[in-house]
Write a protein of this length. Sequence first.
Length: 83
Amino acid sequence: MRVQYDQEVDALYLELSTQKPNGVVEVADGINIDTTDSGKITGIEILNASEKININNLLTYTLEFDQGIIRKGLPGKTIRPAV
């Protein structure tokens, strides 16, 4: 996933796929979902982003997994779920 924020226009884009979108679904005022013809989500655009989310938290995230699942993170790092 790639996160892009344009401070000049206050727009946030979450790129979820490298596929080119073919359509857009507006789910709320200024919140758009980019989709392919087959319905896959490729990105999420949030206009007037600073009014809708805390921009300072853009690079902060929490990963939650079902118990027993182990995911690899950065090279040499393993993310284990809390027990």
